[in-house]
Design a protein around this ligand. Structure first.
Ligand code: PAF
Length: 279
């Protein structure tokens, strides 16, 4: 495995390959990322992982400054997973001048849910992902299902901009108690870590309500919000949406469980966690 820090080095190395398989990350890697790398590996003739904490997708009050930078440990894990190339650019390497050109995804997909609570987040994500795609020129790129809306936004960007890249979604990995693996789980205290599973449990409770024939979505969502709030969380949203466009389901969607997904985001202490489960 080689680790490169510049676009020129990366391009020189990738010139020897035809079908890079790419996993973009912000580092601080856990088993969920490693599973994406293993999924990517057979899909290309070289496996590339980028590690870059992208300032453009953080709001001023968010954790850009404190986001763990753990390059050495990440590289060990990536090497063991069979990664071939790590691209870990510095900020001036990726943004040598202020990034005036940005990719603004459509409001109806990008300004709801995560985009509502983190305005500009998906513009930051799309801008860096498009830039990374242009640098790596992958044939296939793998994104985690835990960031459900993100992988949809990227899929639409790739389709609308006619990028010759196949987007593959990797399943969410969970700890034994059901907590979705996330780099931000590392921020949790021991007590918060024990409590954190309640997010996925609450989403499962919403699914059980749907399966029991409850069609009053507002009631399901309010109950879920109250369940977490009563336990000391600060929920942003817990909601039932259509899988294909993340809009609220219509009556006819409710009789087709395979059209639905439940998604949630909530703060536990100072840590904001997200999760989702397809119904
Ligand atoms: O999911 C992430 O880690 C980031 O949003 C991504 C896709 C690497 C872009 O910075």
């Amino acid at each position: 495995m080689i680790v490169v820090h510049t676009v020129a080095e990366l391009r020189a190395h990738l010139a020897n390959f035809k079908r890079p398989a790419f996993v973009p990350t912000m580092g601080n890697l856990h088993e969920g990322h490693i599973a994406l790398v293993k999924q990517a590996k057979p899909l290309g003739d070289v496996t590339v992982v980028s590690i870059f904490v992208n300032r453009l997708q953080f709001l001023p009050h968010e954790d850009f400054g404190t986001y763990p930078r753990t390059l050495e440990a990440d590289c060990k894990k990536l090497e063991a997973a069979g990664c071939d190339v790590v691209f870990a650019p510095s900020e001036p390497e990726l943004y040598p001048e202020p990034q005036g050109y940005r990719v603004t995804p459509p409001t109806e997909l990008a300004d709801i849910l995560e985009g509502h609570f983190r305005p500009g987040f998906f513009t930051g994500v799309c801008t860096v992902v498009l830039k990374l795609f242009n640098i790596v020129q992958p044939r296939v790129a793998v994104f985690g299902a835990k960031d459900y809306q993100q992988q949809m936004v990227i899929r639409r960007m790739v389709a609308q901009l006619a990028l010759p890249i196949e987007i593959v979604t990797g399943a969410t990995l969970r700890a034994d108690d059901g907590l979705a693996l996330s780099s931000r789980n590392g921020y949790l205290s021991a007590a918060e870590r024990a409590e954190a599973v309640q997010l996925s449990r609450t989403l499962k409770g919403m699914i059980v309500a749907l399966q029991n024939g409850e069609h009053n979505l507002a009631a399901i969502e309010q109950h879920a919000m109250k369940t977490l709030a009563d336990r000391g969380w600060h929920p942003d949203y817990l909601t039932v949406r259509r899988r294909h466009d993340l809009q609220p389901p219509q009556a006819e969607d409710l009789t087709h469980a395979d059209r639905l997904v439940v998604l949630g985001a909530a703060k536990l202490g100072t840590t904001r966690l997200i999760d989702n489960i397809e119904v």
